[in-house]
Design a protein around this ligand. Structure first.
Ligand code: SAM
Length: 234
């Protein structure tokens, strides 16, 4: 996907990036390529692919949630910053926390934040399950792209969401995951509201946004999965 096509596809998401934001994305792309030589950030490196499969894909979260608001967002298992860094560049009104268990990736994110002079963005080197114990009900929106199966991810992320807030995982493949997760979602005080499915432009692979609304505070003190994961990390 070349830049002009990227801009055109964003129009259909009602996103109109400024020149400054496009420049920031370009600098981010260059930093990814540069750091990818030293640490493992992504297998996708061809420029058009990064713009489509990482940048555009990250921004499709707008299909499920209005991001033009001053809200507190958490990206759990952000890796090289997807979707978190891309969201912060384009929706600079959000206050975002990026969590990842791999310190080298967190160091990369800190460099990106410094280079792009991003504000109201925090990185946390932690496992989500540990971070969640100290940050329950803190976020309006929690998202997570390509981290683990839904039934595990729900238990890690729903405790982080404020009442009436949303957890919206971004997943390519669902294969039975919804059925597997349904009862856990209820136990955590939440409800699956909608699944928004669509195809990525150009290459046509399936994407899903699972819109999960937090109805009540999570009453389970520490969801059972936390200790299980400690023994067998994801
Ligand atoms: N979200 C990014 C993306 O879409 O490209 C990264 C996806 S990568 C497949 C999964 C990331 O989740 C890795 O960076 C890994 O370190 C992180 N991760 C996996 N389990 C985690 C956990 N329990 N706590 C924090 N980070 C975790």
């Amino acid at each position: 996907m070349d830049i002009n096509t990227f801009i055109k596809e964003l129009e259909s998401l009602n996103i109109y990036p400024t020149q400054k934001q496009l420049d920031q994305l370009e600098t981010y792309y260059k930093l990814i390529i540069d750091w990818n030589k030293k640490i493992n950030l992504t297998r996708i490196t061809e420029k058009g692919d990064v713009y489509l499969k990482h940048f555009y894909d990250s921004l499709t979260l707008i299909k499920a949630y209005g991001l033009n608001k001053k809200i507190k967002v958490c990206d759990a298992g952000t890796g090289a910053g997807f979707p978190g860094i891309v969201l912060k560049i384009v929706f600079d009104n959000i206050d975002i926390t990026l969590v990842d268990a791999l310190n080298k990736r967190v160091m990369f994110l800190n460099e990106v934040i410094k280079e792009l002079e991003l504000k109201n963005i925090t990185t946390v080197h932690s496992r989500i399950e540990d971070f969640a114990k100290e940050n329950r009900e803190k976020f309006d929106l929690v998202t997570s792209r390509a981290v683990s199966r839904l039934n595990l991810l729900d238990e890690l992320c729903i405790p982080l969401v404020k009442e009436n807030g949303y957890f919206i995982p971004m997943k390519a493949n669902l294969e039975g995951e919804i059925e597997e997760a349904e009862s856990g979602i209820k136990k955590l005080g939440a409800q699956k509201e909608e699944i928004i499915s669509f195809l990525l432009p150009k290459e046509g692979s399936v994407r899903n946004l699972i819109k999960i609304r937090k109805l009540n505070k999570t009453s389970i003190k520490y969801p059972r999965v936390f200790d299980k994961i400690k023994k067998n990390p994801l």
